[in-house]
Write a protein that binds this ligand. Structure first.
Ligand SMILES: *Cc1c(COP(=O)(O)O)cnc(C)c1O
Length: 382
């Protein structure tokens, strides 16, 4: 494809330059149809048949994402969770799965449920320790290793290449949750992963106005066909409008991520010296245990996600969040507006997250406003 020779930032900005041949529209239309008419020979036009199986707007979104991920194929889902679940649905009773104990709580929740209901063997390990995921792999029994890097909400970093080598040596597959490190900074497939997963709700959408999930791969085989079948039969395909919004979001992905990364790094450096903070967790700080690997793996910035441990009580920690006036007190991440949350409240009573942990997602605002807001909130709360 002509587009392949262009840099990813250019391909993203032009959304693969799919200009409409008939109308000249620079932005491909939003096709909301749930069914597609056959031609005079009763043949399908462009393969489109029914909304639950796909359509041109989603196909465009998947093409843009595959191009950015360096993937042969990509699939869009109704949410990040439904994308992860479609991959887990390819596992069978007795299959062994290795995953981190600290990662997105919804994915842990699903794996534990499947361990109980369907006899999946799940090992949750401390992935902040280098080599921990690798050590838990059982050759011949492990089917899937799931990693998340940087991992929510401690932002532990996993060396994708190292885990991929151990996974493949055991005959298993590696999936990486790249939600906090989208393809503008981290190319999981190129680093060795078999599946790159993202919640499109976050950086791909970028404006906190859509729910989506994506998987991409270079292993287009029976397992991938099963993932697509699960999506079709469970009806968890990404609808046209959010798919269209996701394309719109991807056009500014590089720019937004760069700015969010700059803001997060500036805040992290400042907070590290703040008397009210006992610890700053950000992979872009040399003090973070994953810094060296992150520097190698995340070539387009360390991202907008950081967490801090407040030197105070749980009540004071919640006050810091409540007293912010620029940061929006909401969960999620990857939008243009900065968000702040008390993570344990969001994850619930079984969460392993420390009670004094605040999670921050930086947006693209002016850094001086963000810093001043946190400064006054910390001052008032502590
Ligand atoms: C949000 C998120 C998910 C789940 O995605 P949804 O779109 O909310 O279903 C999975 N992993 C990570 C790291 C996330 O942040």
């Amino acid at each position: 494809m002509r587009n392949r020779s262009l840099s990813p930032a250019t391909r993203a900005a032009q959304a693969l330059r799919m200009i409409d041949e008939v109308t000249g529209a620079v932005v491909p239309p939003l096709d909301l149809s749930s069914t597609y008419a056959r031609d005079a020979d009763y043949a399908l036009r462009q393969g489109n048949i029914y909304g639950r199986e796909g359509g041109p707007t989603l196909a465009h979104a998947e093409a843009v994402l595959a191009s950015l991920d360096g993937a042969e194929a990509a699939l869009g889902f109704a949410s990040g969770m439904s994308a992860a679940v479609a991959l887990f649905e390819t596992l069978r009773a007795g299959d062994h799965v290795v995953a981190p104990e600290v990662m997105y709580h919804g994915v842990v929740g699903w794996l534990m449920r499947m361990a109980e209901l369907r006899g999946l063997e799940v090992d949750l390990v401390d992935a902040s320790q280098p080599g921990a995921l690798e050590a838990a792999i059982r050759p011949g029994q492990t089917r899937l290793v799931w990693a998340e890097t940087p991992a929510n909400p401690s932002w532990d970093v996993v060396d994708i290449g190292a885990v991929a080598a151990a996974t493949h040596a055991a005959g298993a597959r590696l999936a990486v949750d790249c939600t906090a490190a989208p393809p503008c900074t981290q190319l999981a497939l190129e680093l060795g992963a078999d599946y790159a997963f993202q919640s499109g709700t976050k950086y791909l959408g970028g404006h906190s106005d859509l729910t989506a999930g994506v998987l991409s791969t270079n292993q287009v085989d029976e397992t991938w066909a099963e993932v697509a079948t699960v999506r079709k039969l469970m009806g968890t395909i990404l609808s046209p409008f959010p798919a269209w919004l996701m394309v719109r979001g991807m056009r500014t992905l590089f720019l937004r991520y760069e700015r969010a990364s700059e803001n997060a790094l500036a805040l992290a450096e400042w907070l590290e010296g703040h008397p009210g903070i006992s610890k700053v967790l950000y992979p872009g700080l040399p003090s973070h245990p994953g810094y060296e690997v992150a520097k190698r793996q995340m070539t387009g910035g360390f991202g907008g996600m950081l967490s801090v441990l407040v030197k105070g009580t749980v009540e004071q920690t919640c006050d810091v969040v409540r007293f912010c006036e620029v940061f929006v007190p909401a969960t999620s991440l990857g939008g243009v507006e900065s968000l702040i949350e008390h993570r344990k409240v969001v994850e619930g009573p079984f969460s392993v997250v420390p009670e004094t942990l605040i999670r921050i997602s930086t947006g693209i605002e002016d850094i001086d406003d963000l810093r001043a807001d946190l400064a006054q909130a910390l001052e008032r709360a502590l």
